[in-house]
Design a protein around this ligand. Structure first.
Ligand SMILES: [Zn+2]
Length: 422
C-alpha cells in the first residue's frame, strides 16, 4: 500500500508539497512557499522521517520552504536536476535577502541544503533500494521536471508545472507513459486555453517594432528566470533590429543557462539573443546605463513581472508619462498586484498612465487542451486515480468533476493535509 498526503498547493497556487509513503520508503515532493501578504509554509515535517526530497523545479511556490528541512541534525537528501539546484539557490538567496517578513531560516540552512543536494539528470534513477524515480523534462522552465515514481508496485506521475506547447526556449513535455496508477496534475489553466503561441509572438514583436519605430521605449516587466530569456529569444527569432537592455536577476540567470546548453530547444537562438542584448552592469556605471536605456528607442526587459518591485519599477516611473512608450506585460498578473491594476485601470501609483499598456500571454503552463491531452493519453489505465492540485479552488474542483464525469478515472481535488491510499 502507498499513501499520498497533500501538504499544500491544494485549491491554490503556492506551497506545493506532497508526501508519498510506503512500508519501506517516505518521500517528499516539493516544499514550496505560499505568498499572500506574508509567506506561509506547508505543514511541518520531520526531516528524519524522510528518505529523500524530490524537487520538480526552482520556482519558489515549489521550493521556497525547503531550507526549513535543513536546520536540524537529521539531514535528508534533495534530488533535482543540476540546473534546478543552481536556480533554486539563487531564488532562495534572493528571497532571504529581500524578505520584509521574518523567515524561519537563513543563509546557513540554504548552504546546508545545497551541500546535501544530489544533482541528477533527466532519466530513471534508483533513489532508494525500494524506489526508482524518473525525471522527465517538463518544458516549464529550464531544468524543470515531471517526476515518475515506482515504489511498492505502484506507478505515480507528478506533473509539477508542465507545458504542453513548445516555446522558443524549451521543448514541450513528452509524457508518453502508458501505465500509471496515480496522476497528480497541475490545474493552473484547467478552465482556459491559451491563444495560439505563434500569433502571440508575432503580435508582440509587431507592436514592439511599432513603438520603437516611433521613437518610443518598450518596457517588458518579466521574471528573471525563463520569461526574460524567452522574450529575448522571441525578439531574436523575428529579427528585432533595435537595442535590447536586460536588467535584474535575468543577467546572472542567463549566464548560468550558458552552462547547460543541452537543456534548451535551440541553444544557438538563445546564445545569439543573449549576445545581442546589453546587460546593464552591476557596478558604478549602472545608473548611467539605466538613464541611457530609458532614452534609447528599444526594449528594456526587467523584473519583476507583476511590478511588485525590482528594477522595472524604476523604469516605469521614467517611462509611463509618455504616450510614445509601451509597457508590455508578458506574465499572468495576480489580482491586486500593481501589474494587474495597471492593466485594468491604466494607473500607476494612482496616476493616469500615458504609455501604451498591453498584455501578451506567454504562459509556460499547459492550457486546458494540454491538460486534457494528457488525461486522454492515459485512457488505457482503467484504475487510474487523478489528483487535481496547483490551481485556484474552482479550477481544481471543476477539473476533477469533469474527469469523473467524462472518463473512467476517479478524480479528486484534495484538501490540505488530506491523505489517500493508492
Ligand atoms: Zn513553476
Amino acid at each position: 500500500m502507498v499513501e499520498i498526503t497533500f501538504l499544500g498547493g491544494c485549491h491554490q497556487i503556492g506551497g506545493s508539497a506532497i508526501t508519498i509513503e510506503s512500508s519501506s520508503v517516505r518521500l517528499l515532493l516539493d516544499y514550496g512557499v505560499y505568498m499572500d501578504h506574508h509567506p506561509s509554509f506547508p505543514q511541518e515535517i520531520m526531516p528524519k522521517d524522510l528518505n529523500a526530497i524530490l524537487l520538480t523545479h526552482a520556482h519558489l511556490d515549489h521550493s521556497g520552504g525547503l531550507p526549513l528541512l535543513f536546520s536540524g541534525i537529521a539531514i535528508p537528501r534533495l534530488f533535482a536536476t543540476p540546473l534546478t539546484i543552481d536556480l533554486t539557490q539563487i531564488l532562495l538567496h534572493d528571497m532571504i535577502r529581500l524578505s520584509e517578513y521574518y523567515l524561519p531560516f537563513g543563509k546557513s540552512e540554504l548552504l546546508r541544503m545545497t551541500n546535501h543536494s544530489k544533482r541528477i539528470g533527466y532519466g530513471k534513477k534508483k533513489i532508494h533500494s525500494k524506489c526508482t524515480a524518473q525525471f522527465i523534462d517538463a518544458g516549464h522552465i529550464p531544468g524543470s521536471a515531471c517526476i515518475y515514481l515506482e515504489l511498492d508496485g505502484k506507478r505515480i506521475l507528478y506533473t509539477g508545472d508542465f507545458n504542453s506547447n513548445d516555446t522558443q526556449l524549451l521543448k514541450r513535455a513528452q509524457l508518453n507513459l502508458s501505465k500509471i496508477d496515480c496522476l497528480v496534475i497541475e490545474s493552473t489553466y484547467a478552465l482556459e486555453d491559451h491563444p495560439n503561441r505563434e500569433d502571440t509572438e508575432k503580435a508582440f514583436v509587431e507592436r514592439t517594432n511599432d513603438i520603437v519605430e516611433h521613437d518610443g521605449v518598450v518596457l517588458v516587466p518579466a521574471f528573471g528566470v525563463a520569461r526574460s530569456q524567452e522574450i529575448l529569444c522571441v525578439l531574436q527569432k523575428y529579427n528585432f533590429q533595435y537595442p535590447i537592455f536586460l536588467d535584474g536577476m535575468a543577467r546572472v540567470v542567463s549566464r548560468i543557462f550558458t552552462s547547460y546548453p543541452n537543456y534548451f530547444r535551440n541553444y544557438n537562438l538563445f546564445k545569439k539573443a543573449l549576445k545581442k542584448a546589453h546587460l546593464i552592469s552591476q557596478g558604478k556605471r549602472k545608473e548611467l546605463e539605466r538613464v541611457k536605456a530609458v532614452n534609447t528607442p528599444g526594449t528594456i526587459i526587467a523584473p519583476s513581472g507583476m511590478l511588485k518591485g525590482g528594477t522595472a519599477v524604476n523604469y516605469i516611473n521614467e517611462l509611463h508619462n509618455d504616450s510614445k512608450n509601451g509597457i508590455f506585460l508578458v506574465s499572468f498578473q495576480v489580482p491586486e498586484t500593481p501589474g494587474r491594476i495597471l492593466l485594468e485601470t491604466h494607473k500607476w501609483d494612482d496616476n493616469e498612465v500615458e504609455a501604451q499598456v498591453e498584455f501578451f500571454n506567454f504562459s509556460s503552463h499547459a492550457g486546458r487542451s494540454g491538460l486534457w491531452d494528457l488525461i486522454h493519453s492515459l485512457k488505457s489505465n482503467s484504475e487510474l486515480t487523478v489528483f487535481c492540485v496547483h490551481g485556484e479552488e474552482e479550477s481544481c474542483k471543476t477539473f476533477a468533476k469533469e474527469i469523473n464525469e467524462t472518463t473512467n478515472f476517479t478524480a479528486y481535488a484534495p484538501k490540505t493535509n488530506e491523505s489517500f491510499e493508492i
